[in-house]
Design a protein around this ligand. Structure first.
Ligand code: GDP
Length: 296
């Protein structure tokens, strides 16, 4: 599972602190040095790590540790709160249009899990009594349309397609119209990805954005990409004004750096966390639960 390495290292550091009746400034510095290394090793962005450690230290020293009977616990509590803050603090909800349909645009690099996640999102919405529409906007990857159709039929959600000869911008536009005409209240637009960010892709995404005026632009990020995930998120954010991030493949043995850096670097909240290849309802991302899980 994700975060295993980080989790066991942090637990080790805090295990030493927990029992202490007295924590000196040297103890705190030692512990923070170890936390710093653990975070860097988990592939958390170095600037994020630096700020994180500075905040924890400042708060810990402000707490007058000498006066506490359980100073170790005070520090653990501060780290827990800061970790939660780092990942966005509170859970960030999916946007909802004042007037349906709510348009959700999915973006990301090829293979990040856009199509799979679109299906999971549609299923989540369907389970809460909504009527989603999936729009097949990836006309470049062979079999992408078919893949979305298979996903859609598996969960009994309609898929809008105009084949691979119409421009994705037009497909997206007509997809939203189709939802309006048929009383469907959420439109999920699956878009094309590339192996690397390129201008033609960004231009097309910007046009889709302009034409459909999405309520939500979700960047699908493969958590396994580590440090690079932050750069990808930043580039997409600069171009598209993302409203949220979905971290996928958290079931893999990712070191977790992406989850811990993406919000801090881009300011975009992580709205969902995805695990597994099967189409299960997408799970909202809970920063506080994730922090507690990491700290064990
Ligand atoms: P796209 O190119 O961004 O549309 O990516 P796909 O949805 O086609 O996913 C790429 C691969 O990653 C597929 O083999 C998916 O089954 C797999 N995948 C997607 N999401 C997850 C996830 O959360 N966990 C795991 N383990 N695999 C995933």
């Amino acid at each position: 599972m994700a975060f295993e390495g980080l989790s066991s290292r942090l637990q080790n550091v805090f295990g030493k602190l927990r029992g202490k009746g007295k924590v000196t400034e040297d103890d705190l510095n030692d512990a923070m040095r170890e936390v710093r290394l653990a975070l860097l090793e988990a592939d958390v962005n170095f600037k994020v790590v630096k700020e994180f450690i500075a905040k924890v230290k400042e708060k810990a020293l402000g707490q007058e540790l000498q006066k506490s009977f359980t100073p170790g616990m005070v520090i653990i509590d501060i780290v827990n709160k800061e970790l939660t803050e780092l990942m966005g603090g509170t859970q960030s909800k999916l946007a909802k249009a004042g007037k349906p349909p709510t348009v959700i645009m999915m973006a990301g690099l090829q293979g990040a899990g856009k199509t799979t996640t679109s299906g999971k999102l549609a299923l989540m919405l369907k389970k809460s009594s909504h009527k989603p529409l999936l729009v097949a906007g990836d006309i470049y990857r062979p079999a992408a349309i078919k893949q979305l159709q298979v996903v859609g039929s598996g969960i009994d959600v309609p898929v809008f397609t105009l084949g691979d000869q119409t421009s994705p911008v037009e497909i997206a536009r007509q997809g939203v119209q189709h939802a309006k005409d048929n009383g469907l209240d959420y439109v999920i637009i699956d878009t094309a990805g590339r192996l690397h960010i390129d201008e033609a892709l960004m231009e097309e995404l910007k046009q889709i954005h302009e034409v459909t005026r999405p309520d939500e632009v979700l960047l699908v990020v493969d958590a396994m990409t580590g440090q690079e995930a932050v750069n990808v998120a930043q580039s997409f954010h600069d171009q598209l004004a993302l409203t949220g991030v979905v971290l996928t493949k958290l079931d893999g043995d990712t070191r977790g750096g992406a989850a811990l850096s993406v919000k801090a670097v881009t300011g975009c909240p992580i709205k969902f966390a995805a695990t597994g290849e099967k189409i299960e309802p997408l799970e909202p991302f809970h920063p506080e639960r994730m922090a507690s899980r990491i700290l064990g």
